[in-house]
Write a protein that binds this ligand. Structure first.
Ligand SMILES: *Cc1c(COP(=O)(O)O)cnc(C)c1O
Length: 363
């Protein structure tokens, strides 16, 4: 039986994406060939890449606004260094907002390239909130932030206004909510959290910010070379890109980002209301900064852990163990997770309350 999958990534994708991509492995477009055995330069695959790139810009509302979408490799983690390599001026500096483990990893890589100013950090509070009071140095080559902190369950609800390019790691909330995406100059995201199979990394970049760093950039790390090659500088991760295309098509059929955002908000409200109502649980993130994608919460009394774990496992729930740096539980509610799955979790939380009350009576 299909599980209620709360995995943080790789994670749940729409069922039709699993089915159509499985079919393409056996016979792609009735060609008598698998998608895994054809040239990435074949007409059929070039069409996949072109449509996926175009759909990204269409769904984000960035068509005709000077942006390019690329499907690269190396995960979001490679972008941690591609960004400074392409954008940080020689002898220049970059500004970073430190809101979690991934932001911190990005900062570590940037330091290899030059002066890296951390404008604010919530590390001292184990990243349970998003700092808001800070200034961005006007002479920095760019400002980098992380829209959604997958591990700590916090999410930026607004973004600072600045004249320098804004770079955002959207790995775990891309395509989940409506934003004015023109406020960003470069967006990147590993595919495996809201888009498709692991192995592809989406980069959306405003072309005018490129070519200004005066650095020597190795070809494979050069955004301009990837743009020139139409995201085919080398063999792309064909299968992962195909799953991204299928997910983007699914999203468009759902009504796009605005429609999925409504469902995502219903899911998050349902779960957070129960976390706040149920005396056995407590959320870890500040309420105003809570993520609609990853909800992190703890049991108030750890002695109920065994009973809770038994209940959710019996209910067919998978993947809600918390990350080791926060503990407790993390429910990742990406686009493809149905509202019904959240209801199952909420019912389990209510059931735990009944079980605990019964035990108190018997003791
Ligand atoms: C998962 C994650 C990453 C790392 O992604 P990889 O593709 O594994 O390199 C980076 N940033 C955020 C916000 C993430 O959630």
């Amino acid at each position: 039986m299909k599980k209620h999958n709360y995995s943080a990534g790789p994670c749940i994708l729409p069922q039709e994406v699993f089915e159509k991509s499985a079919q393409a492995v056996l016979d792609f477009n009735n060609s008598g060939l698998s998608i895994l055995e054809i040239s990435h330069r074949s007409k059929d695959f070039v069409a996949v890449m072109d449509e996926a790139r175009a759909l990204v810009l269409e769904l984000l509302g960035l068509e005709g606004k000077g942006y390019q979408a690329l499907f690269l490799q190396g995960g979001a983690s490679l972008e941690f260094l591609m960004v400074p390599q392409n954008l940080m001026k020689v002898d220049g500096k970059a500004a970073y907002l430190d809101t979690g483990t991934w932001a911190n990893n990005a900062i570590k890589e940037a330091k290899l390239f030059g002066e890296t100013v951390v404008v604010a950090s919530s590390a001292a509070e184990n990243y349970n909130y998003i700092p808001t009071e800070y200034t961005i140095p006007a002479e920095a080559s760019y400002f980098h932030c992380t829209s959604n902190n997958t591990i700590f369950g916090t999410q930026m609800k607004s973004f600072p206004k600045t004249d320098i390019p804004v770079v955002c790691d959207m790995s775990s909330d891309i395509f989940s909510r409506s934003l004015d995406f023109t406020q960003f100059d470069l967006i990147y995201a590993g595919a495996q959290k809201n888009m498709g199979a692991a192995g592809a990394t989406l980069v959306v970049v405003k072309e005018e910010i490129l070519g200004k760093s005066d650095r020597t950039i190795p070809s494979i790390l050069d955004y301009e070379k990837h743009i020139k090659a139409e995201s085919m500088y080398n063999t792309p991760s064909v299968f992962a890109v195909y799953t991204c295309l299928l997910t983007l098509q699914w999203l468009k059929n759902q009504g796009g980002i605005a429609a999925i955002e409504k469902i995502n908000e219903s899911k998050a409200n349902l779960l957070y209301n129960e976390i706040d109502r149920n005396p056995l649980f407590i959320g870890t993130a500040h309420t105003k900064d809570r993520s609609i994608m990853n909800a992190t919460f703890l049991l108030v009394d750890e002695k109920n852990q065994e009973a809770f774990d038994k209940l959710w496992k019996e209910a067919g729930i998978s993947g809600i163990a918390g990350h080791r740096s926060v503990g407790g539980y993390r429910a990742s509610m990406y686009n493809a997770l149905p509202l019904e799955s959240v209801q199952v979790l909420v019912d389990v939380m209510k059931k735990l309350e009944v079980v605990v009350k019964q035990n108190e009576v018997t003791v």
